[in-house]
Write a protein that binds this ligand. Sequence first.
Ligand code: ATP
Length: 359
Amino acid sequence: MGVSIKNIKKSFKDFNIDVDLEIEKGELITLLGPSGCGKTTLIQLISGIIPPGSGAIHIGSKDVTTMPVWSRDIGIVFQDYALFPHMNVGDNIAYGLKARKTKSSLIKKRVTEMLELVQLMGYGKRSVSSLSGGEKQRTALARALAPSPLLLLLDEPLSALDAKMRTILRREIRSIQKELGITTIYVTHDQEEALSISDRIVVMNNGRVEQKGRPWEIYNQPASGFSADFMGESNKIPCTVEEVSEPDGISLVSSDGDINFRVPYRKKIKTGEKYFVFFRPQDTEVIHDGTNKTGENMINAKILSTEYFGRYLSFDCKAGNTLLKTEISDRQVLDSKIFKVGDPVIFTVNQERCWLIRN
Ligand code: ATP
């Protein structure tokens, strides 16, 4: 059994949190959402730093709802490391074991194991102040894992580090988490980090769970405009359903009548209903021949701006009154003519990659 968060509610003066969530044993889930959506508050509720207004929390088979922090069998890693500055690396790692009155020979063995696990062999006697940011975070992780907790909580553990170190450490954290099979809740507001590290992502919005699912599902099949926007660049075109032919497909027309879409039939939908047709910029193919073509999933637009990112070229375009984002790979940039602001472009949208979001 992993972790069960049953109807946990907490009210502050201007903010309410209300969450129901089951986490499987050994699973790494990420709480993802913008600043102020309640990620840290939820971590504090799970760890016992603050008490809930109502609801229950189980870790493994234990109901921990009213238990103090220290008895919950949790390891916590914070963004700012929160290491004890007056202790060396080894003593920081040993802290939780000493508090549990573990025998000193076992503590010594465990500290060595932990130093090895986080690749800090030989660092035991080093003072914490002499460590780099990455080494401090490795020490914090070792300290959290040393007492073999049932649950590991990581609250934005990498946000104080530079981009390269973040990538290195997130891979290491994932590999250690899998090796130990430890149930883990990871907090971030970085969507790429969430997509790469998680078994499942929980998108939070204003104290509530907006969507939960596998990274691929969250990215490609957003349940709402909020999820779609939060997971990176996307297009959401307001449309009305014109025709439903089950099981072949659904035809929609954009609100301004300029674009016709054909998307796969995936669920019961009625003629006249309003949806956003959602697709990512990379799910398009750009044609640059200047002629006007019409057809399903074909968009005639004008280039408003271009931005080169190395791996791809991104375009902001306008079709009628609709603003759109599309992109082509670096290789296509070399193969094609130069795209200029003001150029007409036609792009087709891969219908399999279109997803309908309730408007
Ligand atoms: P960030 O990514 O910026 O850390 P977050 O998603 O972790 O944000 P929280 O820190 O959980 O968000 O805060 C959620 C909301 O709860 C905020 O509006 C915050 O002001 C409010 N809040 C948190 N703790 C308290 C408190 N003790 N008293 C009153 N309001 C609080």
